[in-house]
Design a protein around this ligand. Sequence first.
Ligand code: DGL
Length: 272
Amino acid sequence: MAVGIFDSGLGGLTVLEAVTKRLPDLPVVYFGDNAHTPYGVRDADDIYELTTAGVQCLFDQGCDLVILACNTASAAALRRMQEGWVPHDKRVLGVFVPLIEALTERKWGDNSPPREVAVKHVALFATPTTVSSRAFQRELAFRAIGVDVEAQPCAGVVDAIEMGDMILADALVRSHVESLQRRMPRPEAAILGCTHYPLVEEVFRDALGPDVAVYSQPNLVAESLADYLERRPEMVGPGAETRFLTTGDPKRVSSKATQFLRRQIDFTAADL
Ligand code: DGL
């Protein structure tokens, strides 16, 4: 029994950690495409090829359900994958849905017309590819009206985190927040639309100030997965072991992951 979690690198570990806390008995196979990170500056075809290769590897590890814990892959490749690539007995789910559910206070299956929601001014922080896809705004528009979304492409933040340069990541986050505030001085809510950003969530919170509600994905995704598995328990695949796979250098990636999660994490090379 295992569920797969995919990311372009280390960011999905923030989702894995929340899933492990919420569902401690669930074996999880993690796939980090560290050799090709960051995805946030790649084009959609490139992201599609890389994401399908990684997800196939997770299917081969006995995962029938894979969470794309990568907003960039969710924005650039998920719809195409679901429409023509995912086998009928497998599922691939993205990470926008739980965020939008939380923001609009309605359930995904709720197909009533879009309606006004409490939050009117939303700041979206994400990778350049996620921002230019406008996938978040598109999904939001199905459910809510009258929400003004100002998006900030946060160039460089994922690279800095992958390199382990948290001083640079801190400085970049502050400058991206400032740049967004020039266009939207008083957002009521901020969406951290990249799974790497929870690793610098405190910096976002500090730069945004106490009046901004920050929506971060890990706990929302973990809760949504728990709910999904309760309804579809058969989607826990046949894999029985928690494993960490990477396309990068396993030693280097293990050391960074251990540092971020503050517990020993051992990656092995992905067999693609
Ligand atoms: N964690 C990925 C996301 O959520 C980062 C993408 C990248 O590699 O740039 O978008």
